[in-house]
Design a binder for this molecule. Structure first.
Ligand code: C2E
Length: 922
């Protein structure tokens, strides 16, 4: 639209310019014509002012005019000549120019004018040169001239003729004449003045003068008439007259644009038509602006389009990008939201965790510490001061080993420091430190090294806790674990440690080590008779005495019950001598007050020496034990040094044990029977079945050599069952043989007592043999009841329920508590032969025996004394009301056949009172 508007504007401008130019040309042409009229008028004025005007005057007057107006071909004075004057006039003309006649030109041919009444001849002609043919020409013969003259005569002003063919023209030229009448003094028409004007010349001159001739933009055509009659075309530039073919583009762009201008005007009483036609011009130069605008616009549009396209493309891409980004953002946002939620959850969890942590810290006994790269404390939190009793400031800025200077005095401390300096984690490192009150505390710490992003060591972080209480407890527990609760002496465990140390020392130093096994003689009796507490007091007393009798460096340990072990190490200048052992024995043997009574307790000691022949370090205690047994065997209250020979005995134990395993199968056991005699009647009322082992190599082995081993190995259970069954069967056989309703006593070992098959076994033995249960007596030892009494009571009742009799064997040597007797379904008490042996020499033993008898009777129990060897013993027992006796005095244990023989002989004990002087029945 802008382009169109610009084009139109340009066309308007061009039209305007064209019109201006055209108007200029029209005006110029008009002016030229007017000028010509003026010139003619001036020449005509000459005739009205000068009468007559001579040829010379005419010449003089017109010559300058001709010079000034070159388009005037000639100035004529047309004189009206009557035919009558023709000859004279012609003569006059011939004077001017010989041969001149009045002529006329018709059809291009000039000839002498025919006679006619009046002629209007060219009388004066300026300039002559070049116009000679016109001289004497009858202008009146030209109708155009005639018409103009007539008009001029009427109007009184100059009139222009139509185009005329001039006489002087050899070829037709568009010339016309301007005529103006000349009146004679009388007012009659004398002729006219005429300016012969060459139309093209006129227009060209005018345009040239106005500087419009060379302009090519406008084509001009000037017609001597009001219409564009080619016959009247007076002047034309090349294309003038032919309408310029309108540019199609121009026509399309500016349909109203005119390239032609016609102007007609009247000069000299004649219509003149000037046609101006714009020269077809190339479109571009005139429309540079619009074209530039168009091109610019197009370019701009293209660019804008491109720009818009790019922009929109970019916008589209941006939009796409935005969409993608938005989607990304949404996803990111979602992730962010998720992250935020997760983070919130984490934060919440962290807060909770931190809260828990704080609560735990508050509740925990731990504190938390941190150290810098130099392992100096930078912070200790968690109420350290309260928990540890140490002001934090005391530790801050120091290393742990600066806080605990003697940390490197222990192997653990040195290892810890090395570990820390190697930046290694550590756990449960325990060390001692003095608190602000100077008390020793135990800390346990855990630590982990810290490393920064570059991997450089940055310090430590860890926890700590006060484990003083635990340490004290541990020490107590350790002490308890290593010591005997009752006496406070080292126990077996610590003994082993000390022994190891002593042996190591002995090996190192070359000095010997003595191991003493100390066993209290008859402790069991004290315990049984005086009760546990008394026994404990005795043990504590003995322990203290042992300790007092030895050096601090010696170890005194309690092994079990009344067994003590002493480790003596020899040192330079302090040789170990037998005096030490003697001293120990004497210290133990000092009287002890238990309750209100004074006791004498002796001990038996076995000593093993290291290093010595046949004594390995790990068998020192065993050897001391063997030696101690030897001492005991040798009558107690003495000591024995271990010799390899003693070991032979224990080796024999091993041999026995091996052989014992097959003895039952090989039927190597036999029962001996020792009679039990009623003291009031002297009759044999029963017998004790005593086992013997008829070993093919060892011969008849007494129970003392193998029962213990059988008990230790558990072989006593099948052996005991065999004894019971054999004894029951034997008794039944004797009864069936009419040898009396005897009672057979069978020993029951502790191991059998714990046998779940026991009751069933007794029942089966009775059932199988058919023996009346009342004729079976089961001998129990007090040791059976030493531990838990309740199950024993239960078992005794079940045994009792079978109908058998129960007796307590070796009464007085064992547990010594009489209180249980009332709870047990016991029938018989057997006084141990150790009491009986001294009954006549030892007032104590006599008292004990009499007490036992009295007690038993109080409990409605019968009493049997065993080991009765002398009449005195029997007498005393009898005097004390003892019910029965058993012993060598009456009979040794006998093989069944011998015993049967004795029964058949009906041997009996003479009345007690008469026995005073009797010798034994041996
Ligand atoms: N010095 C002396 N000794 C006398 C006298 N009268 C009897 N004796 C011995 O005293 C022991 C009595 O048996 P015990 O106290 O039950 O002591 C028994 C008993 O505890 C155990 N024993 C024997 N046979 C068996 C058995 O079949 N089973 C169980 N478990 N143990 C048995 O072996 C122990 C020893 O038995 P034995 O050697 O037969 O020794 C018997 C017997 O020979 C005497 O006047 N003077």
């Amino acid at each position: 639209a802008l382009f169109m508007a610009a084009v139109h504007l340009e066309y308007d401008n061009q039209a305007f310019a064209f019109e201006q130019r055209a108007a200029q040309r029209v005006a110029a042409v008009r002016q030229g014509l007017n000028d010509a009229v003026e010139v003619l008028t001036a020449a005509n004025q000459l005739f009205s002012t000068v009468r007559p005007v001579t040829r010379e005057q005419f010449h003089d007057f017109t010559t300058p005019l001709l010079k000034r107006h070159p388009f005037i071909q000639a100035f004529n004075y047309h004189r009206l000549v009557k035919d009558s004057e023709r000859a004279r006039v012609e003569a006059e003309l011939q004077r001017v120019r010989p041969g001149t006649v009045i002529t006329e030109k018709r059809g291009g041919v000039q000839r002498t004018a025919p006679r006619r009444p009046e002629y209007s001849i060219v009388h004066y002609l300026e300039p002559m040169a070049g116009n000679e043919p016109a001289f004497g020409l009858d202008a009146g013969a030209h109708p155009q001239v005639r018409e103009a003259v007539e008009r001029a005569r009427v109007t009184g002003v100059a009139a222009a003729s139509d185009l005329v063919e001039l006489a002087q023209d050899t070829r037709r030229q568009a010339s016309f004449e301007l005529v103006m009448p000349v009146f004679a003094a009388d007012g009659s028409l004398a002729g006219d003045t005429a300016a012969i004007i060459r139309g093209p010349e006129l227009v060209r001159t005018i345009l040239a003068t106005a500087g419009l001739l060379d302009e090519r933009n406008v084509e001009l055509a000037v017609y001597a008439g009001s219409r564009a009659d080619p016959a009247r075309l007076m002047f034309s530039t090349a294309a003038a007259g032919a309408p310029a073919p309108q540019d199609k583009l121009a026509a399309w762009l500016a349909p109203g644009y005119s390239t032609r201008l016609d102007r007609s005007f009247i000069v000299a009483g004649r219509h003149w038509l000037v046609e101006a036609t714009a020269t077809p011009r190339p479109f571009l130069p005139d429309h540079l602006g619009s074209v530039s605008m168009l091109v610019g616009g197009v370019l701009f549009t293209v660019l804008m389009t491109a720009f818009v396209h790019l922009t929109s493309e970019r916008a589209r891409r941006v939009q796409q990008l935005v969409r993608e980004r938005t989607a990304d953002l949404k996803r990111s946002n979602q992730r962010l939201v998720d992250d935020v939620l997760a983070r919130r959850r984490t934060e919440r969890a962290l807060q909770q965790s931190e809260q828990r942590f704080r609560q735990l810290v508050a509740m925990s006994s731990d504190w938390y510490w941190e150290q810098d790269a130099a392992c100096r404390f930078t912070s200790i939190t968690g109420d350290f001061s309260t928990k540890a009793g140490i002001a934090v400031e005391r530790l801050l800025g120091k290393t742990r080993w600066e806080c605990v200077p003697d940390l490197d005095q222990t192997d653990e401390g040195r290892a810890h420091i090395t570990r820390v300096k190697a930046h290694e984690p550590f756990q449960n490192f325990e060390y001692q430190i003095r608190d602000d009150n100077g008390d020793t505390r135990w800390f346990s710490i855990n630590g982990t090294p810290l490393f920064d992003d570059t991997g450089a060591f940055a310090g430590y972080r860890g926890t700590g806790s006060d484990i003083t209480a635990r340490k004290l407890t541990e020490q107590r527990v350790y002490h308890v674990a290593q010591h005997d609760v009752l006496t406070g002496l080292p126990n077996r465990s610590l003994l082993q440690d000390r022994l190891g140390q002593a042996v190591a020392y002995a090996t190192r130093s070359g000095y010997p080590v003595w191991v003493m096994m100390i066993d209290l003689d008859r402790f069991k009796y004290v315990n049984d008779s005086m009760g546990h507490k008394a026994g404990d007091v005795l043990l504590v007393t003995v322990a203290a005495r042992l300790r007092g009798a030895l050096r601090d460096t010696d170890t005194v340990a309690r092994l079990s019950g009344d067994e003590f072990v002493v480790i003596l190490s020899e040192h330079a200048g302090e040789p170990l001598t037998h005096d030490i052992v003697q001293r120990v024995m004497e210290s133990v043997a000092r009287p002890v007050i238990l309750g209100t009574k004074e006791f004498m307790v002796t001990c038996s000691i076995g000593v093993a020496v290291y290093p010595s022949e046949g004594t390995a370090a790990d068998s020192l205690i065993e050897h001391a034990d063997i030696a101690m047994y030897r001492a005991k065997k040798l009558g107690r209250n003495n000591y024995q040094f271990y010799t390899p020979a003693m070991n032979e005995e224990s080796l024999e134990r091993v041999r026995i044990e091996t052989a014992l395993r097959n003895a039952l199968e090989r039927d190597e056991f036999v029962l001996y029977y020792q009679p039990q005699v009623d003291l009031s009647s002297g009759q044999i009322v029963g017998m004790e079945a005593l086992i013997r082992w008829n070993h093919p190599e060892l011969g008849m082995v007494p129970p003392v050599r193998f029962v213990g081993v059988a008990e230790e190995t558990g072989l006593i259970v099948p052996i005991g069952a065999w004894v019971m069954r054999t004894a029951a069967a034997q008794n039944k056989a004797w009864q069936d043989a009419g040898l009396g309703r005897l009672r057979v006593a069978v020993n029951l070992s502790a191991r059998q007592f714990g046998d779940p098959e026991l009751i069933g076994g007794i029942e089966a033995a009775l059932a199988d043999t058919g023996l009346d249960p009342e004729c079976l007596e089961i001998e129990l030892t007090e040791s059976l009841f030493m531990s838990d009494v309740t199950p024993a009571v239960d078992l005794l009742h079940r045994m009792k329920a079978l109908g058998v009799k129960l007796s307590i064997d070796d009464f007085g040597t064992g547990y010594s508590s009489l209180s249980y007797l009332s709870r047990f379904p016991i029938d018989v008490l057997k006084i141990d032969r150790s009491f009986v042996a001294d009954i006549t020499d030892d007032a104590n033993d006599a008292a004990i025996v009499s007490s036992i008898i009295a007690l038993a009777h109080n409990l409605k129990l019968s009493v049997i004394a065993e080991g009765v060897e002398t009449a005195e013993q029997l007498h005393y027992l009898s005097s004390q009301g003892c019910d029965e006796m058993q012993g060598y005095f009456f009979s040794r244990p006998l093989p069944a056949a011998d015993f049967e023989q004795m029964l058949r002989e009906q041997r009996s004990l003479p009345p007690v009172m008469s026995l005073a002087d009797e010798t034994a029945f041996v």
